[in-house]
Design a protein around this ligand. Structure first.
Ligand code: UDX
Length: 448
């Protein structure tokens, strides 16, 4: 029997998959409104397959939801901690939710005689488990780690939009433990759970497991900033396309083809936050992380690169123009707008007195919460681009791939299109009367 504390994106997806595959799971969260919504089948965010998985598990009783940590600890043997670890304004990781959860778990362990395993799934900087989690649990419970209870670090690598499939088929399981008994309990749990489909497993200590998660995300972020840097170079020269370069270098097995898609920069609830936290952590241990800082700077500069490209393509300043933004979420197939580059571009456009029209298949409501009536919202991309001076395509939603030059020509004041995400076939647009530019596409800019 398992409990999962923190029913955010990771906690809820993990609870849904474990319960759907037959585990008895108790989900815990302190947010009463969220719990009531989940119990009645209303999802706090959109994630493919999540609603269906949760509904089945709630209906057959495999998943129970409660606010009561004490009760959850008493009735289960393993507790996954999946509370959020957001950033302070200076980028440092904020561990207060985790500290609160650990305090409650520690208090509950006081009254428990059986061995209990605590699994840290929340993303935490190295040394967090040894310097905070373990001592706080010992202090609150009055018990000894490795004897009365155990702690392991077990980071997750799931992506929004494919969280359920990623949890069903992870490419790797990392178990970091300070005592082998605790690591063995979790390893055996996963072996039973995955059976013949058991993924590759790496066992380490807790510090290493904590750093693996950050190194993984920082490497992927760096790969994206690298290809965006090459894309920006391409834009300065003629007859060169970053997509050809990404395709070619991606064939080198030492590089690999994934996360080489040039675009407006990375966003979302993980990459920017984790990069900042790792930079701060590295500085705190007196190592200057120059590469990580370059990754961050390159990413933050992408909004200026896109707006400069728009001005160059329009042949005039953007200030005061009417701009259509297609795509608001931080990537396709989600309504999540956290750290979305689209939103950063919209803020800059508002600052420059632009009239901004926006469209997104899913993220309009979340965007409204941020910009209210400072911009105009459209359910239809064609109505959105009506009478606009420039259209910037920001997200690779599948439906945008079907856009045709005639639709821009018919609707816009002047058909100027910037494909910031490399969604469209450039040849089709360059050979039309649309004035077209795209991230990392050099030759067209040279023609203007
Ligand atoms: C990421 C990690 O992939 C996942 O392993 C971790 O557990 C959480 O953080 P997620 O934030 O869901 O997952 O999104 P991901 O698909 O990784 O994309 C992150 C950002 O990078 C998005 O803004 C995306 O559009 C951008 N991206 C991704 C690119 O710009 N180019 C690429 O080639 C890939």
């Amino acid at each position: 029997m398992l409990s999962i504390i923190g029913l955010g994106f990771v906690g809820l997806s993990t609870a849904a998959v474990l319960a759907h595959k037959g585990q008895k799971v108790t989900g815990v969260d302190i947010d009463e409104k969220r719990l009531t919504a989940i119990k009645s089948g209303v999802m706090p965010f959109y994630e493919p397959k999540l609603e269906e998985f949760l509904k089945t598990s709630l209906d057959n009783g495999n998943l129970q939801i409660t606010q009561n940590i004490e009760e959850a600890i008493q009735r289960t043997e393993i507790t996954f901690l999946t509370v959020g670890t957001p950033s302070y304004s200076d980028g440092r990781i904020n561990l207060s939710y985790l500290e609160n959860a650990i305090t409650s778990v520690g208090n509950a362990l006081k009254n428990k005689s059986d061995f209990h395993l605590v699994v840290v799934k929340s993303t935490v900087v190295p040394l967090t488990t040894t310097s905070m989690v373990l001592p706080l649990l010992e202090q609150k419970s009055g018990k000894k780690s490795g004897i009365d209870f155990g702690v392991v670090v077990n980071p997750e690598f799931l992506k929004e939009g494919s969280a359920i499939d990623d949890t069903l088929n992870p490419h790797l399981i990392v178990i970091g433990s300070s005592d082998s008994k605790s690591g063995n309990i979790l390893e055996n749990f996963y072996k039973r759970f995955y059976g013949n489909e058991m993924p590759e497993l790496i066992r380490t200590n807790t510090n290493t497991a904590e750093l693996i998660k950050y190194a993984n995300n920082a490497f992927l972020s760096t790969k994206i900033s690298f290809i965006n840097m090459i894309a920006n170079m391409c834009q300065q020269i003629s007859n060169v396309d970053v997509e050809d370069i990404a395709k070619a270098i991606g064939k080198d097995p030492r590089i690999g083809s994934q996360f080489l898609k040039a675009g407006p920069g990375f966003g979302g609830s993980c990459f920017p936050k984790d990069l900042n936290a790792l930079i701060k952590f590295s500085e705190s241990v007196k190592y200057e992380p120059t590469l990580l800082k370059a990754t961050r700077d390159t990413n933050e500069n992408q909004t200026s690169v896109i707006l400069n490209l728009a001005e160059k393509t329009m042949g005039t300043v953007i200030s005061g123009k009417k701009i259509a933004i297609l795509g608001l979420s931080f990537k396709k197939d989600t309504d999540d707008v956290r750290e979305s580059v689209s939103l950063k571009i919209i803020k800059k456009l508002i600052d420059q007195s632009c009239m901004v029209n926006v469209h997104d298949p899913m993220a309009l409501n979340n965007t409204k919460k941020i910009f209210s009536d400072n911009i105009s919202y459209f359910d239809d991309p064609f109505v959105c681009m009506n009478d606009c001076d420039c259209c910037i395509l920001m997200v690779d939603w599948d439906k945008y791939k079907l856009l045709e030059p005639e639709q821009f020509i018919k609707k816009m004041k002047k058909p100027v299109l910037i494909d910031a995400r490399r969604v469209l076939d450039p040849n089709k647009f360059i050979n039309s009367s649309v004035t077209f530019a795209a991230t990392g596409l050099g030759f067209y800019n040279n023609k203007t």
